[in-house]
Design a protein around this ligand. Structure first.
Ligand code: AMP
Length: 144
């Protein structure tokens, strides 16, 4: 199974933000969209990725207790060295990267443009669906 297969099921919507947005706004959007990360693009409506900001970054910022969330900009709290996936990547490769790097989100990029995002929840669902299907066929095989 590839990233393309997962995106065909869940769609290619990606919630984005920009480096100039405040963390307070990011929290609002994450709660409204029920998601744990926003991909950071260079300007609104752009598909050019410049970073990623997740719940973990906001927690880290809060633990430092320096400035209020409405005074901190995404550009100062995001991760800039983003590890991305391609549509043709196999799911086990993605699982390996997420485990090794200890993150739960991978933007998908093709020809330099953002085309989707995969979370660890999407990976678990894809593995569960594949196992359920395999189980079904094996049971049918044994019973026939
Ligand atoms: P997460 O587990 O996805 O909430 O992310 C944990 C940390 O890794 C945060 O500092 C994120 O900004 C960072 N991070 C998440 N996804 C990626 C990614 N694909 N590439 C680089 N850093 C990431």
């Amino acid at each position: 199974m590839t990233i393309r297969d997962i995106l065909q099921g869940k769609g290619s919507d990606v919630y984005t933000t920009t480096p100039q947005t405040t963390l307070e706004k990011v929290v609002e959007v994450m709660v409204e969209r029920n998601c744990g990360s926003l991909v950071v693009v260079d300007r609104p409506d752009s598909l050019t990725l410049v970073g990623i900001i997740t719940e973990r970054d906001i927690l880290r910022n809060r633990a430092a207790r320096t400035t209020a969330l409405d005074k901190v900009l995404v550009g100062d709290a995001m991760s800039m060295a983003v590890v991305t996936a391609s549509l043709g990547d196999e799911v086990p490769k993605l699982m390996g990267l997420m485990t090794k790097n200890r993150f739960r989100h991978m933007p998908v990029v093709e020809d330099g443009k953002l085309v989707g995002i995969i979370s660890i929840g999407d990976v678990v669902k894809s593995q569960h669906d594949a196992l359920t299907m395999e189980n079904h066929y094996l049971k049918n095989y044994i019973q026939s």
